[in-house]
Ligand binder design. Sequence first.
Ligand code: FAD
Ligand code: NAP
Length: 313
Amino acid sequence: MLDCAIIGGGPAGLTAGLYTTRGGLKKVTMFEMGMPGGQITQSSEIENYPGFFEHGKTGMDFMETWQEQCFHFGLKHEMKKVERVAKTGEHFTITLEGGETVEALTAIVATGSTPKRAGFKGEDEFFGKGVSTCATCDGFFYKDKPVTVLGGGDTALEEAFYLSNICSDVYVVHRRDEFRAAPPTLERVKRKENIHLITDSVIEEAYGGVMGLEGVKIRNLKTNEIIDMKNTGLFVFVGHNVRNEVLRDENGEFICEVNNWGQVVVDLNMKTNVKGLFCAGDMRIQAPKQVVSAAGDGAVAALQVISYIQELA
Ligand code: FAD
Ligand code: NAP
């Protein structure tokens, strides 16, 4: 029986591993289906993690030492995909791909989320080289420069507002003339002089060269007119997929409370409404979707796990 099963090896899962093992738990295994590191390993540069400020270091470089540190303190890594986490009496049964099961007193689920892609030409080619899904991460690279935002939901408009305080102009491209975002958010955006709404339009193409994105072509769906927006960063906010599959039972029902968008409901201690089950990082409600906050969540969850196990003794 494990003291703690950690599902997901991104910043939240790794930090949970560090704090549980360094805090004295002997039997902790992190199940990560790929190499540990999480989404940030796709990043070409990180500027906003406190204490880490080295130009030219990629997300992959950044996460390498996290693993070493965790394994040094006794965290075990199994490179396996978890199919399901179930509460069996007072403990948890973790079902791995292929059917093998592992028992654990507690579980920290930190399987993250993935920003959806919109599907236009050049999106994948220039992802991380001018096409971004994170304004907090990459907005500063466009200080006093124009940027384009795709999407018409709350995230797109809130992030457009955030970018408007950094960038010279923000062009919001939305495929309809009505916005999905909450009306007060839309009104606030409309009042901001340097945000320009381009409706009934899509990104036709993101183009550039070896140095990255050089511009985007925006097509009006009604007139077919193309606007060629040169020298712009492109931020895509067309929704997120929360990776919450492991929390569904055989009938497809969630074993703990999740909100309408599939985000796991936790309190400030990262506790779910199931005793002994914690969630951390991008998959939880109100996640800022940053490495520093995911790591913080992992630490909080780990400290709670240690207290929980002490109380069981
Ligand atoms: P994730 O990093 O998503 O990790 C979850 C892990 O769980 C993954 O490794 C996945 O393989 C694993 N997993 C999922 N399901 C299963 C399963 N069933 N079984 C086993 N393993 C599973 N943030 C910043 O602070 N600064 C930045 O500059 C920045 N830049 C970014 C650039 C890019 C391109 C991207 C995509 C994100 C960026 N972010 C940045 C956001 C940051 O990466 C995330 O907020 C952070 O990684 C979330 O950590 P997490 O541990 O919650 O989840
Ligand atoms: P969302 O509400 O699903 O909106 C996605 C937007 O992207 C929509 O405007 C959609 O257009 C557009 N879109 C989707 N696919 C596209 C494509 N392939 N090409 C072009 N455009 C595309 O996602 P979200 O904004 O990330 O919000 C997710 C949930 O979190 C929402 O329920 C939202 O209310 C909530 N949220 C709340 C807050 C808050 O309360 N402060 C903040 C952020 C998010 P259509 O409108 O035409 O479908």
